[in-house]
Design a protein around this ligand. Sequence first.
Ligand SMILES: Nc1ncnc2c1ncn2[C@@H]1O[C@H](COP(=O)(O)OP(=O)(O)OP(=O)(O)O)[C@@H](O)[C@H]1O
Ligand SMILES: [Mg+2]
Length: 267
Amino acid sequence: MSGPTLLGRRSECETLDQLLTSARKGQGRVLVLRGEAGIGKSALLDYTAAQATNSTVVRVLGVESEQELAYAGLHQLCAPYLDRYEQLPVPQRDALGTAFGLSAGEQPNLFLIGLAVLTLLADVAEEKPLVCLVDDAQWLDRMSALILAFVARRLVAERIVLVFATRDTAGDLADLPELVVPGLGDVDARTLLDSVVKGPVDSRVRDRIVAETHGNPLALLELPKALEICTRAAVPPMLSRAATRRCGFFSSTMRDNMPNRTGRPGW
Ligand SMILES: Nc1ncnc2c1ncn2[C@@H]1O[C@H](COP(=O)(O)OP(=O)(O)OP(=O)(O)O)[C@@H](O)[C@H]1O
Ligand SMILES: [Mg+2]
């Protein structure tokens, strides 16, 4: 098995492995990965893509600036397969074609678009299992979110896996099976921190960083850089305060460990 090395994500990876196994057996599955920014949702999607051997993987990315563009997210999902669109049942083809501007028509029926997407994806999955990974789903346009949720609720006998990653705790995906991605445990958080810290670190600083980041991998990776910038500006203390303010929620750690005029931590 290849793929990114993830610390402390054994159970999450097992869950994702099971989804892929189910899909290979012809049981369609869906999962919503939920969690705060930087907690490792995209990393888990990357893991899923890496494990999806002998499968077709399609990735969709919610884009904040496209939130007002109806069907923009759905278009990312379907675009690679639009050569099959003519084979859809006529009402579904017309609905999807109108949504994507391929044919003229009135505002398309959402139910028919949902069916069209389901038919299209099921057709693709006839050849190989299909793994659809939707990242930053909190930024999907509303129509795409509604239709993807509709499709997700109807995955039964198709060889399709649909995994969403979102920061949202509610929204159109709320009723789908979910996995809340937690912070890393202390041991893994320390390991990740140590992987980016250059040189020795005071154990109290280390403990404080681990505690304040709540095991958020992005924070653990970025904090040492911020700390370095701040400590470069550490003397005189007034400059240190300005620098630590720029470091946001980590400022208390910085302040307490920044050398003052006496060279001791704190000021
Ligand atoms: N379990 C882990 N082990 C090691 N590194 C990790 C782990 N999880 C995430 N990372 C790293 O932490 C950083 C943030 O992870 P990621 O981008 O997956 O977060 P995210 O939840 O997708 O955030 P966002 O909501 O902003 O998209 C990345 O550099 C990623 O490689
Ligand atoms: Mg992400």
